[in-house]
Design a protein around this ligand. Structure first.
Ligand SMILES: [Zn+2]
Length: 98
């Protein structure tokens, strides 16, 4: 991939945060804070007090990938585990991503 192609795909952090907020509305959760920082081994994390952190490298990922990571973390504000309910909600919201 050429550098110019890579650059075109990177979205600004502010746009990403707006994506997170619009999903938060649909999922009906309120993240306390949305942060972006470089993370070594994961795409995102969710603290028990409602702060979400996303790896800045997610800005270079395709929209569908971003949506999945966003929905995953936001759902943790409702469901703290990856059980059956989490999986069902995940599937339901992903199907809205069209
Ligand atoms: Zn998770």
């Amino acid at each position: 991939m050429k550098a110019s192609e890579t650059l075109e795909q990177i979205i600004p952090g502010q746009v990403f945060k707006e994506e997170v907020l619009s999903w938060a509305k649909r999922i009906n959760v309120e993240p306390k804070e949305i942060r972006l920082r470089l993370m070594k081994s994961k795409w995102a994390s969710c603290s028990s007090n409602g702060r979400l952190t996303f790896n800045t490298e997610i800005l270079q990922q395709p929209a569908t990938f971003r949506a999945e990571a966003i929905i995953h973390e936001l759902l943790h504000l409702k469901v703290p585990n990856h059980g059956k309910l989490f999986k069902n909600l995940m599937r339901a919201f992903l199907s809205q991503n069209k």
